[in-house]
Write a protein that binds this ligand. Structure first.
Ligand SMILES: Nc1ncnc2c1ncn2[C@@H]1O[C@H](COP(=O)(O)OP(=O)(O)OP(=O)(O)O)[C@@H](O)[C@H]1O
Ligand SMILES: Nc1ncnc2c1ncn2[C@@H]1O[C@H](COP(=O)(O)OP(=O)(O)OP(=O)(O)O)[C@@H](O)[C@H]1O
Ligand SMILES: [Mg+2]
Ligand SMILES: [Mg+2]
Lengths: 256, 256
């Protein structure tokens, strides 16, 4: 069984998709078979890997709503050892369609059960909400990574996200752990960045990755070419930061 | 009756709340009685105006779910002529609770009907989704303002947002118009910013405000002091940009 990791934060635009793409692709480049599930109706992770969204190609919507088996929707990407389950606009309706399903928070966890050991890691990119799509990911996950922009509004939401994680641990998934918190779009020249980073370190201590991802325009340019920054601009600061994060993530796996 | 304007974009972190706060506060400072409704469970607009979120104080959740009359939840802010209807974490549950209500997309529109002419403008800050909270805002609105970050993922989502606006115009609110598109976090030094701005101008032409809001750290610092940038740092570029946007918005009102 792979390790299932949700990338979640209800605050919008904090780098969830960018982190999901670069952890998944980075691990694939390190030799680990990895699967990325795009749980966001915006299908940014799908597009960021160079795959045009399409309502006619089965994806995560079909797994959640039409009970399609997972193996039917796993697709290869341009990156060796990286597979993806795509999302599309139909997923916008899934939040409402899931409401009346039996055990509606467990639909994804059930669908992932048949997954054998074909992949070592499985990531889920979540939408900016705490609705049923994110709850499904947190219920299926072994752990959660929280990308955290060093800004005031993002800090405000962290307490509520942690409350939600505790509720999931108590009622839906007792095994859910916090894999780590990663600071994103960090700019060491700004007081705001440093202040927020200090506040997070005080509360979360060693659960904050030492690697902070700097603000780097290459990271926002890469998705328009449908590729991770590792191939778009391998010597960029963004590529280096995410490679470091991948190594830090891997080192933590050996000491569960 | 005030003019009802939704501030919406399902892409996260594009400046919806920052734009909602600064249009509403800017118009109040120009002498227009303005009401800002926080429709986002993250309650960032509430916090950005210096009001601590509280589940014990009635707010928009009570209007949508407990049928509280609007006049009971309108509160004054520190800014003269600016009132607010606050949000709180209970709103996270509202998406699901609204699903089974009769005419669930019209709940807010109905609640706003008794509003007399006490305010000239009413803004609604929407969450980063196209769920029932945003649909309620679009159904109640006379027009919608779309903050648009000049980045690739934000551009991807624009087509789907426009499709949703058309669906709302056809089935829920025939009078809904596009008030304008405002470029946010614009950085003229970046090719990406300029390229995305060009693509948007080609599609939306004169519906794009001439005022682009530059990336300016003062805008992200101000909410931690619970005030708009007009009082936090009046001479900042961010304050100037939003004052210009307010003037451009007002000029357009005289030519309906
Ligand atoms: N370190 C970075 N430096 C510069 N730009 C970045 C960085 N990380 C992400 N971006 C850009 O910032 C925007 C927001 O990032 P991203 O879309 O990954 O966030 P998200 O949390 O997934 O957003 P949403 O809440 O909408 O799902 C994107 O345009 C992305 O390309
Ligand atoms: N022009 C700007 N320059 C610099 N920072 C900005 C600017 N506009 C907004 N910000 C900051 O960027 C972050 C995202 O902005 P904001 O929260 O207003 O976006 P949003 O679309 O409301 O996000 P969400 O999708 O989570 O509701 C915030 O931390 C905000 O302070
Ligand atoms: Mg995303
Ligand atoms: Mg907001």
């Amino acid at each position: 069984m792979p390790k299932f990791i949700a990338i979640a934060n209800q605050k919008g635009g904090v780098g969830k998709t960018t982190t999901a793409i670069h952890l998944a692709a980075g691990l694939a480049l390190e030799g680990f078979r990895t699967l990325l599930i795009d749980m966001d109706p915006q299908h940014n992770a799908t597009a960021g890997l160079g795959i045009a969204a399409s309502e006619n190609r089965p994806g995560i919507y079909d797994v959640l709503i039409n009970e399609a088996p997972l193996h039917e929707v796993i697709r290869k990407t341009a990156i060796e050892r990286l597979d993806v389950v795509t999302s599309d606009v139909r997923l916008h309706g899934a939040e409402i369609e899931l409401v009346s399903k039996i055990a509606r928070e467990h639909v994804l966890a059930e669908a992932l059960k048949p997954l054998g050991s074909s992949h070592v890691f499985l990531f889920m990119d979540c939408p900016p909400s705490l609705g049923l799509l994110t709850l499904n990911a947190l219920t299926a996950a072994h752990s959660v990574i929280v990308p955290m922009q060093c800004e005031y509004f993002a800090l405000e939401g962290l307490a509520h996200l942690m409350k939600t994680v505790k509720l999931v641990q108590r009622h839906l998934n007792t095994g859910l752990e916090i894999e780590g918190i990663v600071l994103t779009m960090f700019d060491g020249r700004l007081n705001l960045s440093k202040q927020v980073a200090e506040e997070i370190a005080q509360v979360f201590g060693s659960r904050v990755y030492k690697t902070a991802v700097s603000r780097n325009v290459r990271l926002s340019e890469a998705p328009s070419f449908g590729q991770p920054v590792y191939s778009y601009d391998p010597s960029s600061r963004g590529a280096q930061n995410y490679r470091d994060l991948v190594h830090e993530f891997l080192a933590a796996q050996n000491h569960p």
